[in-house]
Write a protein that binds this ligand. Structure first.
Ligand code: PLP
Length: 405
């Protein structure tokens, strides 16, 4: 009789957003007349920008003609997109990343989950706490995280780096040396960022310790402050210690169309001199058949003059929501952070409520859905995340309701 991968049995509870979905559906069923506003899941609400739509139409038409039809895409990505990325996301920021260090994918979720496969199962991971849950869960599925303690909600073989108000929601260098360090800036869920000298400290630390940093920059486009790095490769020495993950979901609304990429520099080698670039190319080529041609053309359009202008306007739209949420919450007496370099506002649940208690309270009394901070890690307990990805009208209405509580 077959057996399942027992690592899956060790996973705690269900995926955060399924639990939220179930709770919201149950509430809707019991209260069909209530109008619920979701500022919960980090999904965009603005349609794709016109320059992107034009490019999609054009690419679709090419697929209808024998001469321009495309079959399987090159599994590492089309040259036109990879060079647009190298030029706009790296060369323009003074970072020298070559086209063959860029691996186009169908999004940063898959990349952030899959990248651990190329590391030894004995490698120890360090994660910010709270953080995007995919990092720990995928390492748990691989069997790298030890045993799960239901009471502390901690895995025995993971180094947690608490990010709380006391340290400005920024991780401190861990006492125990990790092999793999996950950093996510701007951070989901706290919206926190670190400045370039702080990121340089992490790069120096990783190079010295022989650790690799997996740098998730999915929210890079939301950075508004001058001294916050847009890519880890702005730091000296990052090419020998860092992999960077990027997504087209939040900067250009590709959550449904799917596109992302990973940067794995050729200078990045393990202690035996094995190239991670070659390993990731092997893994990508074996398990991934390329992002669709039409979507890669759409991705290319994000870097056109019109595309840049239009996506910038969308980001400004969401960041205006972020400002409305942050200021509204402050007026209502909440303690808030984030929302300056990220579309996430991180607030302290009032009156000593737990994160889930506040979730229930907000759903029942304001019909507003947010995300409990504890779902992102134990140090998120007592906190709550609201997103700026709603429509302007819904954001205004949600804040009106919250202020009336
Ligand atoms: N990384 C972080 C930190 C995220 O918050 C998300 C989505 O919410 C992703 C990656 C997923 O990005 P994608 O839509 O490209 O899979």
């Amino acid at each position: 009789m077959f057996k399942i991968n027992e690592n899956y049995l060790k996973l705690p509870g269900s995926y955060l957003f399924s639990t939220i979905g179930k709770k919201v559906n149950a509430y809707k069923e019991a209260n069909p007349d209530k109008e619920i506003i979701s500022l919960g899941i980090g999904d965009v609400t603005q349609p794709l920008a016109p320059a992107i739509i034009d490019s999609l139409h054009k690419a679709v038409d090419e697929m209808a003609v024998r001469e321009t039809f495309r079959g399987y895409a090159p599994d590492l990505g089309y040259e036109f997109l990879r060079s647009a990325i190298a030029k706009n996301d790296y060369a323009a920021r003074g970072a020298d990343i070559a086209v063959d260090e860029i691996f186009v994918s169908d999004g940063a979720k898959c990349d952030s989950g899959n990248i651990q496969e190329i590391f030894s199962i004995n490698n120890k991971i360090a994660v910010c706490d709270p953080v995007y849950p995919v990092y720990v869960d995928t390492n748990a599925m691989a069997g790298r995280t030890g045993t799960y303690n239901k009471e502390t909600e901690l895995w025995s073989n993971v180094i947690y780096m608490p990010c709380k108000a006391e340290n400005g929601f920024a991780p401190e260098l861990p006492e125990e040396t990790p092999d793999i360090i996950y950093l996510c800036f701007p951070n989901n869920p706290t919206g926190a960022t670190i400045k370039k000298p702080q990121l340089q400290e992490w790069v120096d630390y990783a190079n010295k310790a022989g650790a690799v940093i997996i740098y998730d920059a999915a929210y890079e486009a939301y950075i508004s402050e001058e001294d916050v790095p847009h890519t880890i490769y702005e730091c000296e020495g990052a090419k020998t210690c860092a992999i960077e993950l990027k997504s087209f979901s939040k900067n250009a609304g590709f959550t449904g169309t799917r596109l992302g990429y990973a940067v794995v520099p050729k200078a990045l080698k393990d202690s035996d001199g094995n190239s991670l670039n070659a390993l990731w190319a092997r893994r990508h080529g074996t398990k991934f058949n390329g992002a669709p041609y039409i979507i890669q053309r759409a991705g290319e359009a994000v870097y056109s003059e019109e595309g840049k202008k239009q996506t910038k306007e969308q980001i400004a739209y969401y960041m205006n929501n972020a400002r409305i949420i942050k200021e509204g919450l402050k007026e209502a007496g909440f303690t808030v952070s984030g929302g300056v370099n990220a579309p996430y506002i991180w607030l302290t649940a009032p009156s000593g409520m737990t994160s889930w208690e506040f979730f229930d309270y907000l759903l029942a009394n304001a019909n507003v859905v947010g995300t409990p901070g504890s779902g992102f890690g134990p140090s998120g307990e007592g906190y709550f995340r609201l997103t700026a990805f709603g429509t302007y009208e819904n954001t205004i209405e949600a804040l009106k309701r919250i202020k009336e509580l």
